[in-house]
Design a binder for this molecule. Structure first.
Ligand code: FDA
Length: 310
């Protein structure tokens, strides 16, 4: 079931026809069911959502949704949007932290375009004290993402970090690789459909790998981000960090907008740093489909909302 529903929604997430339909009808606006997971279609709505989260003691990272951009023009436009986003965030006075995907800024066009665009973002980000997290996409991009990250790291950009997926067989080596560099890692389970040759397929195995890698990050990482809504894992990591003497301000938990708000609040109340990933923009469809695939119960929620909205 775990791998099956993921595969189904992953296939839907890649349908350009459905994506066009979804964007045209703007489901993310107003109080539609999509807005449970997406902060809105504009920068303003994302900033408002971030202000509300910050007023509850949460931290934020803003993600301007978009992926699989195949043209130089598209990648340049997405890069410019990110630079504008930083202007808007700085002006609004909210936390300076953004997340982006390399397929948004040209990795499918060519490596040089992507590196140039990333530099166009990291340069003002460094000057204005933003932190930039590079999301991790599906396995054809894993090595390229880490390699481009390392290139920018060699150029002394330090306001940037990566995300690593516990379900990939290669990730233990990648955690070591990033720990040796002193780079900041966000650990996630992994949201894409991957073949058995590349990734664990059973939920219990993914959970066990996540625990193992999270402990490696707690022991040797640099300000790691433990990104999960899994209460059992979170409890275990809290206890492990305490046993290892890692202070609460030396790592953070991260969760997605609209998911386990109760758990977000209780961790803040317990003195932990909790960052919420705030996605916004018109290109919400693939992101939304991945959220459905993670939890089949969400489909019932969506169907009920659809019936209500009619
Ligand atoms: P799991 O799937 O085991 O869920 C544990 C519990 O969390 C569930 O029982 C339920 O209560 C709740 N839950 C989880 N997903 C839910 C949903 N969609 N709707 C409602 N409740 C839900 N992936 C990736 O491949 N690349 C990336 O860059 C990122 N980035 C990222 C950033 C942040 C901040 C987070 C939290 C996650 C990501 N992810 C990601 C997604 C990640 O890989 C993973 O798919 C989801 O976090 C779901 O897995 P959990 O760890 O929450 O556990």
């Amino acid at each position: 079931m775990y791998a099956g529903s993921k595969a189904f929604f992953y296939a839907l997430s890649r349908s350009t026809l459905l994506q066009r339909f979804a964007s045209r009808y703007g489901l993310a606006t107003g109080d539609s069911f999509v807005s449970r997971f997406i902060a809105g279609e504009t920068v303003e709505t994302a900033i408002d959502a971030s202000r509300r989260l910050q007023s509850r003691g949460l931290l934020v990272t803003l993600d301007h949704l978009g992926e699989r951009v195949r043209t130089t023009e598209g990648a340049t436009a997405a890069t410019t949007e990110y630079v504008r986003l930083m202007d808007a965030v700085a002006e609004a006075g909210i936390e300076r932290n953004i997340s982006l995907k390399l397929t948004q800024i040209g990795v499918d066009v060519d490596r040089a375009t992507c590196v140039d665009n990333l530099r166009r973002i990291l340069e003002p980000a460094a000057r204005r004290e933003f932190f930039v997290r590079i999301d991790m996409e599906n396995s054809p991009y894993t090595e390229q993402t880490l390699e481009i990250f390392e290139t920018l790291w060699e150029h002394q950009y330090r306001n940037v970090g990566v995300a690593l997926q516990a379900y990939l067989h290669r990730s233990e080596a990648d955690v070591r690789r990033m720990n040796e560099l002193g780079a900041r890692v966000r650990l996630i389970k992994g949201a894409y459909k991957e073949p058995p040759s590349h990734a664990l397929q059973q939920k219990e195995d993914v959970d066990a790998a996540f625990m193992r890698l999270a402990r490696m990050l707690i022991e040797q990482g640099t300000y790691p981000a433990i990104a999960t809504h899994d209460e059992g894992i979170i409890e275990d990591i809290r206890a492990y960090a305490a046993r290892r003497g890692l202070a609460k301000d030396r790592f953070e938990f991260q969760m997605l907008f609209g998911i386990r708000r109760d758990l977000q609040a209780s961790l803040v109340a317990a003195g932990h740093r909790v960052r919420v990933y705030v996605p916004f923009g018109r290109e919400w469809f693939p992101y939304f489909m991945r959220r459905l695939g993670e939890r089949p119960a969400n489909v019932g929620f969506v169907l009920k909302a659809l019936v209500r909205e009619r």
